[in-house]
Structures are given as structure tokens and as C-alpha cells.
Design a binder for this molecule. Sequence first.
Ligand code: KIV
Length: 275
Amino acid sequence: MKNTVLTLQKQKEEKDKIIMVTAYDYTTAKIMDESGVNTILVGDSLGMTMLGYEDTLSVTMEDMIHHTAAVSRGVKEAFVVADMPFMSYQTSVYDAVVNAGRLMKEGRANAVKLEGGVEFAPHIEAIVKASIPVVAHIGLTPQSVNAFGGFKVQGKDVEAAKKLIEDAKAIEAAGACMVVLECVPAKLAERISQELTIPTIGIGAGAGCDGQVLVYQDLLGMYGDFKPKFVKVFANVGEVMREGMKAYIRETKEGTFPAEEHCFKIDDSVIEKLY
Ligand code: KIV
């Protein structure tokens, strides 16, 4: 069954945790979809995990459309959310609607995600008016890394915690269908999850959220550049890949690969006539 804004909302109401994971290509999206995740995020984290940048700021609309379209082709049931890259919506409400529309039309996403709270309520409202579901993202918003002065836990003092609650409420009032809470203290994220009617998806925000999201290379032990505190490695796929590559190199050098079963046959008489 296809996951939609309605089924995700129902999951919150029934206290059935929503599972979100990132994917950036057809093959991985197909595996994630077949595993039974509810939603796939084509995150601008692809700037780091797929393109090797040090942050998300260089990711373009073209990058996001290219990867979102590949993911959409691999998915049957998951709800596909595409990140709006840095400067694709901050510049104006008009740009936000135009670029959200491109991710839906060219990327075939089911929703777009943008970073920011109360300041971006007009942008969210306009995109939603264009019949495009919006997932908001508050707390640690990586596109603001330079303004924050680094990747830091957000909402730790009274003023900052109040601002996060205000942001969450403004986002909901503007019509967002979900909100990602990144690097928010667990008790505060739980409180926000209780106060909102829309689902909250946590990353570094504790178990009190309505769902969880992780970057797939993190949860599968494939991305070694940096490991945030909130990441749990569920399977060491990176190690399995390294072992597989070593076996391929060894057997090829030994001449045991390719074996007979990997080769195409030709009648000996054809070979004989060549000399
Ligand atoms: O880009 C991304 O992968 C994200 C998640 C970390 C929520 O925004």
C-alpha cells in the first residue's frame, strides 16, 4: 500500500512509529522500499554522502532533481520527500513555490522538505496552496551551519526551547504535513510531539518523536568521515563491501574468477576455423 500524507497522519494517531530513511539512487531506494520503510528522504545530505562536499551548501536544484527522479523510479510504496537545497527557497516565496514545483514535476517527489521555522511560514503556506505537501525541518538545520557557528544541539535554554515550540506551532499552522526535529533535547522533542497534531520525525531528538530518520550510510556503517552521537550502526555494510572487494581482487589476480559458469560458450569448430 502506498504511504501518503493520510496514512502517515494515521500512524501518529495510532502511535505506530513512522520510519524514514534517506536514499539518493534507484538501487538503494528499491531496497529501502522493499524493506518496508514508510518514507524515503532524498536529503541534501547527498552533498556529503554522495558528492563528497563538507556540508550541504553547494547542493543545487539540478542535483536534487537528478537524485529524486532516480529514487522515485525505484519506489512503489514509500512516500518520497525531496529536500529543497540551500537558496532554492530562502530568496523569496515565489522561488520557493517554483522550485518545490520542479521537485514534484521533474523529480516526481510526493512532498518537499525545507529548513526553518516561523520565518518560513509564508513559504510553507504558499507551497501548500499549490497542492504540494511540505515537511518542515527545525532544530539543527544544516543549511544554517555558518549562522549557528557549527553543528550544535538546539533548544537547550528556556528562550531557545520556547522559540522551537513557537517554530513548530507556526509550521503546523502554515499547513506542513510533518516536521523533522534534528538535534533537539529528548524531553523538548517529546513535548513538541505531544503539542502538535502533525507527525514529528526525530534525528538526535529521542524516542518521544512520532518517527525516526537516519542517513542510510550512517545506519549501515558505510560513511566513516564523521559519526554523530545519535547514530546507531545497525549493520556493517561498509565492512561487507570492503571484504567483497578484496575477494574480487584476490580471485581475479589468482585467475579463479571468472570461472566456467561466468563464461559464454562457443563451438570448438568455430575457433578451429580461425587458424
Ligand atoms: O539531508 C538530510 O539527510 C536530512 C536529514 C538528516 C533529516 O535533512
